[in-house]
Design a protein around this ligand. Structure first.
Ligand SMILES: [Zn+2]
Length: 263
């Protein structure tokens, strides 16, 4: 079977084992069904996720001009503490920013390679955790806007990481942490404005990824540079495809690439 389309991060469903879906335009692939099959990938071109033009992708699936101009790529996305819609202040497009920022957000602890703090829209739980390859996660506060989530995350960074190590995550070089205990330990760092939103009752969630074989030395595929690749798919974790020869392909960081896939 041959498929062609612009890469967007895989959609997921948190069942006993995570189910992954890839939108390939005319087709919708259940990636779990490709496990243990030989898959060929080839680079066809670019299609910016914002303007749809065949321009080289700069970051986050956007061409350079969209990355610097589109409301969907404002600095508050990567740095939630810079959010200003709650003050009625525009960054790039106030209507869009109000809709995106003035909705419930969760500050969470997740463990993919180490315990880290992060922020997500409430509607993205547990999607965000699956995308990071976290095998466990817990909610810390649920606040009414992105700004409050951002300042809570910044405060927690004093005592907990905010980055993960993708190699450790893919090697499954992981430890179970008691996230309820971590949450208790970090509670005192929550800024006063966010304290009333503490999620005492939230329970630790566990996530199982469909991986048959973990790589010992994962090596990242640069599809633009290589042009094409062929290998046996042995797992999917986070937004990564894992192949038998230890090659890994990060679907998310290749958003905006037009690819051909054959199985
Ligand atoms: Zn663009």
């Amino acid at each position: 079977m041959q498929y062609q389309g612009v890469l967007k991060k895989m959609a997921t469903e948190n069942l006993e084992s995570v189910q992954y879906y890839l939108d390939m335009g005319a087709d919708f692939l259940n990636v779990n069904q490709l496990l243990n099959k030989t898959v060929s990938l080839s680079f066809v071109g670019y299609e910016c996720l914002s303007c749809g033009e065949p321009k080289e992708i700069f970051r986050q699936g956007f061409c350079k001009s969209c990355f610097f101009e589109s409301a969907k790529a404002g600095d508050w996305i990567m740095r939630p503490e810079l959010s200003k819609a709650h003050l009625g202040i525009e960054d790039r497009d106030l209507a869009y920013e109000k809709q995106a920022q003035l909705q419930p957000h969760i500050v969470y602890l997740a463990n993919s390679s180490n315990v880290k703090v992060g922020v997500t829209r409430k509607s993205q739980v547990p999607t965000r955790w699956i995308d990071q390859g976290a095998h466990e996660a817990i909610e810390l506060v649920e606040v009414p806007n992105r700004y409050l989530a951002g300042i809570t995350e910044v405060a927690l960074k004093a005592e907990v990481a905010d980055k993960t190590n993708w190699r450790k995550m893919l090697k499954n070089d992981i430890e179970d942490a008691d996230l309820t205990e971590w949450r208790e330990k970090l509670k005192h760092l929550i800024p006063e404005e966010a304290q009333e939103y503490y999620r005492e009752e939230a329970k630790e969630m566990h996530i199982n990824f469909p991986v048959h074989q973990y790589p010992e030395k994962p090596k990242s595929l640069n599809l633009v540079k290589e042009g094409s690749y062929r290998g046996k798919l042995v797992g999917v974790k986070g937004q990564y495809w894992i192949f038998e020869d230890q090659t890994v392909f990060n679907v998310r960081s290749n958003e905006g690439l037009v690819v051909a896939i054959s199985v």
